[in-house]
Write a protein that binds this ligand. Structure first.
Ligand code: UD1
Length: 344
């Protein structure tokens, strides 16, 4: 048995897929989640896939004493992966204090407690949003950080800085900052996937809900960008591929494979895809039509961004493997499973 890992936010979308991959790799997982944007059924899904039910503590990580008690009750945790955060860009503009409080206090509490419990490393869930609209594409980790366009994006930048400053000041742990591009899809078993609250703001859940008939049509935000078909370009990364990168990052920290105490990696495919191309690929892969119309641009959208993932490819030995088509089919299978269960 490998070591024990705390997955903060482990019942969420990326957290649940990462828990599965950690368990497959032999790690023992303890999840802390306040269930503010997920539910307990996710634990059943994880157990169905891996045969192991992770330890689960329902707790708001802003509660430092509660977190301390949880760590005391689960001695021997060696690493943390921090997913727990609020993540709706639009809501963050409306309620900035909620975002600064949730996302930053959680990190501060964990960093404070890590030395007390001998926790050796933390993997932080960051985002390509820190690059804004990059001057050069594909974007490398050395690209300048641009002023954040939302409080949500700002919390990612601030948290990266907090981790770097704390480690440079001599804190006795390491960190790996993972900058995700656009995670999509679901586990191939369709036992876990993305479960947005209310009307989805992100492209894929809106698209699959439209394809199944919950939404009338998908709005494509803009066709007058400087891209081949005028719609925005993103780098869509399969969530299971993404989850696997976290296992490699954790191995790397705990096995002291690097002398650098903080490292940063882009996690993307290296391929930019337009919104219209993505819709076509979905229709081709599933045989299901997606009613859609072109509308105006969405405020704050980046025109085009995709990763240069070479550092992760070479240093971590990690590469995104799944095709876009298979990934979109997995998202569709998950949407159909939700329908079967009468959820969405
Ligand atoms: C945003 C955030 C990112 C965050 C991610 C997950 C920014 C700049 N980006 O990514 O940091 O990690 O959400 O919450 O803050 N689209 C449509 N119709 C829709 C929905 C989306 O055409 O109904 C288009 C968008 O214009 C965009 C693409 O689909 O081009 C992807 O959008 P979305 O899934 O919302 O992700 P991002 O905005 O890229």
């Amino acid at each position: 048995m490998k070591q024990k890992i705390l997955v903060a936010g482990g019942t969420g979308y990326i957290g649940s897929h990462t828990t599965v991959e950690l368990q497959h790799a032999g790690y023992e997982v303890v999840i802390i989640d306040d269930l503010s944007n997920s539910n307990r059924d996710v634990l059943d899904g994880i157990e169905k896939i891996t045969g192991i039910r992770p330890d689960f503590i329902e707790l708001d990580l802003k509660d430092k004493e509660g977190t301390r008690e949880a760590l005391k009750a689960h001695p021997g945790i060696k690493g943390i992966i921090l997913f727990a955060a609020s993540k709706a860009v639009g809501e963050s503009v409306q309620q900035p204090l909620k975002y600064y409080r949730n996302n930053i206090v959680t990190l501060l509490n964990l960093l404070d407690l890590m030395p007390e419990f001998g926790i050796e490393g933390i993997v932080f869930s960051s985002s390509c949003t820190v690059y804004g609209q990059p001057d050069e594409l594909p974007v490398t980790e050395n690209a300048p950080i641009k002023p954040a366009t939302s409080p949500y994006g700002n919390t990612k930048q601030i948290n990266e800085e907090i981790i770097c400053d704390t480690i440079h000041a001599g804190a006795p742990f390491k960190s790996i900052l993972l900058r995700y591009f656009n995670p999509i899809g679901a586990h191939p078993s369709a036992e876990i996937g993305e479960l947005p609250n209310g009307v989805p703001q992100n492209l894929i859940p809106y698209l699959t809900q439209t394809a199944i008939g919950i939404r009338k049509e998908l709005s494509v935000f803009g066709n007058d960008y400087d891209t081949p078909d005028g719609s925005c370009i993103r780098d869509y990364i399969n969530v299971v591929d993404l989850a696997k990168a976290h296992v490699i990052a954790m191995d790397r920290m705990l096995e002291n494979k690097s002398d650098d105490r903080v490292e940063v990696f882009n996690l993307g495919t290296g391929r930019g895809v337009t919104v219209l191309e993505l819709i076509n690929t979905f229709e081709k892969g599933t045989g299901v039509k997606v009613p859609h119309k072109i509308v105006g641009r969405r405020e704050g959208d980046i025109e085009k961004v995709w990763a240069n993932p070479e550092k992760a490819n070479q240093v971590l030995g990690w590469t995104a493997k799944e095709t876009l088509e298979d990934t979109l089919v997995s998202a569709w299978n998950w949407q159909k499973k939700l329908r079967e269960r009468g959820i969405q």
